[in-house]
Structures are given as C-alpha cells and as structure tokens.
Ligand binder design. Structure first.
Ligand SMILES: [Zn+2]
Length: 83
C-alpha cells in the first residue's frame, strides 16, 4: 500500500479539508532531503486522526522529511556518519 491512502476521501463527495494545504506545505519547504539530498515536495497523506493533509517529503526515498540545509547535508556526508 503505497499510494491512494487519501483517495477514499474523494468518494465522500464533500469538500476536502486539508489540515495543511499543498500550497502551505510547498511554502514550508526549507532545504533538501536529508537522506539523498534531493528535492522535497508536498506529499498527500493523512494525519494521525485520519484527516487528509500534505506533508513535506521525498518521493524517491519514500520518507517524510522536514528538510535539511544543503550545507548541513554536505557536512554530514563528508563526516561519513553512516553505515
Ligand atoms: Zn530523498
């Protein structure tokens, strides 16, 4: 189950109320993916209460990520702080 979590909301036929709109999410993006250094974008999902929302994440990594500063990412990479 990777996509379509929010699709059932379309069937309800009522106004879709996002906790965070795509635009708000887009505007909140700061930096890059802390996993791959790639571009972050709004991903449609549901919050803990089952309400549709958009969270910042990295599609290729399949993760939600608030973003990291490109410089921080470079430093962390150089430090070899991984497995
Ligand atoms: Zn990524």
């Amino acid at each position: 189950m990777e996509k379509g979590v929010g699709e059932r909301w379309n069937d309800v036929g009522e106004e879709m109320k996002y906790q965070i709109t795509k635009k708000q999410c887009q505007e909140s993006i700061r930096g890059i993916c802390s996993y791959c250094g790639g571009k972050l974008e709004p991903i449609e999902t549901v919050d803990n209460s089952g309400n549709p929302t958009f969270w910042v994440g990295c599609v290729p990594c399949g993760v939600f990520d608030n973003g990291t500063d490109p410089k921080t990412y470079e430093i962390a990479k150089k430090a070899g702080n991984g497995t």
